[in-house]
Design a protein around this ligand. Structure first.
Ligand code: GLY
Length: 326
């Protein structure tokens, strides 16, 4: 199963690709890098993707400059992206074949390797906040389904009717896919994917990563991709790197893409080179399409994708605004 192949669209970004490469390769934290998913349609207006990812980066950096942890910063950035209906996570998530939202998310910090994830959550507006509670307040790493929703209630996290997460855009997509499914079978009803992610590094090289998604459009109820899985969708280790993946979860899981990228930084690649290598691994070994963002403990950043577009942005100390591309 792959993305629908589309012609490459002219690049839209705040900087040229080579200027971005220089900026990503520069050392020095604090810094934040985010993605808004590797499935952005070439026909979509880039403006909301650029604005949303910039805003998220800037919010994350503010948290770091105010003395917050890397995990606080990555979470703040991820929550803004979850709340932005442009992106397939939280509000605006895609729908399952049953016509509702099932959300996945995870977070990890790289100093003590604390991590938390949730899968198939239906009543929480910000699943990354629930993943953080799993990380901080339970002995577990991953909670799924009704038990995860019940844990949200126990934590006092506001519960939402699932219908409030559904946007007119995603409902229209679901209706199109449902027609295909009725005609050709559910597994033929595939659409563009998306995920959001944020990786933050503080001035002392402490790393954290967060990832959140509605999963794949028209997925079977109960399907879980890479996003809630530590090592696949999310990874952070201060002695390696931090990373957040996007793309086809079934392929990302097989190559544990986030950890694969982090190991390459540990072994000497720059975060940018490691991102390129991780995407090559995804394609060569699992025939997958997707992308990844990476941050190293020295503040260097990286991103790569093999899809026509991936919304992304970065900021580091000294920059007044984040720089984005799609
Ligand atoms: N990468 C998101 C998913 O496949 O669920």
């Amino acid at each position: 199963m792959q993305y629908v192949r589309e012609p490459m669209n002219p690049y839209a970004g705040d900087l040229s690709i080579s200027d971005f490469e220089q900026l990503l390769d520069r050392k020095g934290g604090p810094a934040v890098v985010v993605h808004g998913g590797a499935g952005t349609a070439v026909t979509d207006d880039p403006a909301p993707y650029l604005a949303g990812t910039r805003r998220a980066c800037e919010a994350g950096l503010q948290v770091l400059l105010a003395g917050g942890s890397a995990l606080d910063a990555a979470q703040a950035a991820a929550m803004l992206l979850e709340d932005d209906p442009t992106f397939n996570a939280g509000t605006g998530a895609c729908l399952t074949s049953a016509g509702d939202c099932e959300l996945d998310a995870s977070c990890m910090e790289g100093t003590r390797l604390n991590a938390g994830g949730v899968a198939v959550v239906k009543t929480v507006k910000n699943p990354i906040a629930l993943a953080r509670r799993v990380c901080d307040d339970t002995p577990h790493v991953l909670m799924a389904g009704p038990g995860a929703d019940a844990f949200a209630r126990e934590c006092g996290i506001a519960l939402h009717d699932n219908a409030l997460l559904i946007t007119p855009r995603q409902l229209a997509r679901w209706r199109e896919l449902d027609v295909i499914a009725q005609r050709e079978g559910a597994d033929k009803a595939r659409g563009r994917m998306g995920t959001i992610g944020a990786v933050a590094v503080d001035s002392r090289g402490r790393l954290a990563a967060c990832t959140s998604t509605g999963g794949t459009p028209y997925k079977r109820p109960g399907r879980v991709g890479d996003t809630s899985i530590i090592g696949a969708g999310t990874y952070a280790d201060d002695s390696e790197a931090g990373a957040s993946s996007t793309g086809l979860g079934e392929a990302i899981l097989k190559v544990t893409m986030a950890r694969a990228a982090c190991l390459r930084v540990r072994d000497g690649l720059s975060p940018r080179e490691a991102a390129v290598a991780a995407v090559a691994l995804l394609r060569d070994r699992a025939q997958g399409d997707g992308g990844i963002i990476v941050a190293g403990p020295d503040g260097r950043l990286g991103w790569a994708h093999n899809t026509p577009r991936m919304a992304r942005a970065m900021i580091r100390v000294g920059m007044s605004t984040a720089k984005a591309a799609v």
